[in-house]
Write a protein that binds this ligand. Structure first.
Ligand SMILES: NC(=O)c1ccc[n+]([C@@H]2O[C@H](COP(=O)([O-])OP(=O)(O)OC[C@H]3O[C@@H](n4cnc5c(N)ncnc54)[C@H](O)[C@@H]3O)[C@@H](O)[C@H]2O)c1
Length: 271
């Protein structure tokens, strides 16, 4: 198999990935490092619990414990990025959770929690880093790049996914709005949303396990097989396939792209 990773095309750039300790976020961190970037990742785990992953990622990566819903935590992340690097070119607002179930039995607490993480978290990440991205973006072709992770569930609806649908739809339009604002003001920042289909990550596996516990299926693999059969390409995605798209949005190859939706879904929304 011919591999095309590690071209070092992000050398000199600094990236920040929220929710970077596992799943799609971790795949993005690994891809950015392979392309020569320096990466700051944030997540909920303590630095002690993150230490093993950090040691494996190497010295170009650093970790800040931060909850995306907390303004104070974002201030801590900004201070850490400023102190270590003094610049930021790539912001990936990736941290997110899911929520499923009938709308009639969705608790206000559950609704507010998903909105807080999936929507407030993206807003706070953007608001915190716009000044540094603007300052840093002027020095790179195509400017700084914000990638907000939405979902195919931000494009099309699904039964019993109302809270998640609403949160990811908000991320989609929030991204278009800031893209237009930056363009109008001639700020060197692009913003695009990413719309993954079904990706094999801990989030998906835990979600499938909850459906198994509810008696929807006998085992999680049956749900993987079911969703694969409903996906035109016939399988679920590997996180690295999303990281490839994020890498493209992050760098100069996507310099004319802003306010757009990059759909990586094996054909799901083409149906
Ligand atoms: N896996 C999929 O099929 C899929 C599909 C479409 C979109 N997405 C989106 O991709 C993103 C990543 O999903 P994933 O599947 O890799 O999930 P994951 O649960 O495997 O990883 C998400 C990471 O975010 C962290 N996180 C959660 N809440 C946080 C908070 N409040 N503050 C900071 N970090 C927090 C988690 O600790 C975890 O490490 C999410 O926004 C998700 O909605 C996933």
């Amino acid at each position: 198999m011919i591999e095309d990773l590690g071209s070092q095309r992000l050398k000199g750039r600094v990236a920040l990935v929220s929710g970077g300790l596992r799943g799609i976020g971790l795949a993005c961190v690994e891809r950015f490092l392979a392309e020569g970037a320096e990466v700051v990742l944030t997540d909920l785990s303590s630095p002690e619990d993150a230490a093993e992953t950090l040691a494996r990622l190497g010295q170009a990566a650093s970790y800040v414990q931060a909850n995306v819903t907390s303004e104070d935590d974002w201030a801590t992340v900004l201070a850490a990025v400023t102190e270590r690097h003094g610049k930021l070119h790539i912001l990936v607002n990736n941290a997110g959770i899911d929520l499923t179930g009938p709308v009639a039995t969705t608790s206000l607490e559950g609704w507010r929690k998903i909105m807080s993480i999936n929507v407030d978290g993206v807003f706070l990440g953007v608001r915190t880093f716009v000044p540094l991205l603007e300052q840093s973006g002027a020095a790179v072709k195509g400017g700084a790049s914000i990638i907000n992770v939405s979902s195919i569930m931000g494009l099309v609806g699904m039964s019993e996914v109302s809270g998640y649908n609403a949160s990811k739809g908000a991320v989609r339009l929030f991204t278009k709005s800031i893209a237009l604002e930056f363009a109008e003001k001639k700020m060197p920042i692009r913003a695009n949303s990413l719309h993954p289909g079904f990706v094999i990550t801990p989030l998906l596996q835990e979600g499938f396990q909850r459906w198994v516990d509810k008696g929807v299926a006998e085992k999680a693999q049956d749900l993987v097989d079911l969703m694969s059969s409903k996906t035109p390409i016939g399988r679920l995605a590997d996180p690295s396939e999303l990281a490839s798209a994020v890498y493209f949005l992050a760098g100069s190859d996507s310099s004319y792209m802003t306010g757009a939706e990059l759909v990586i879904d094996g054909g799901w929304t083409a149906q």
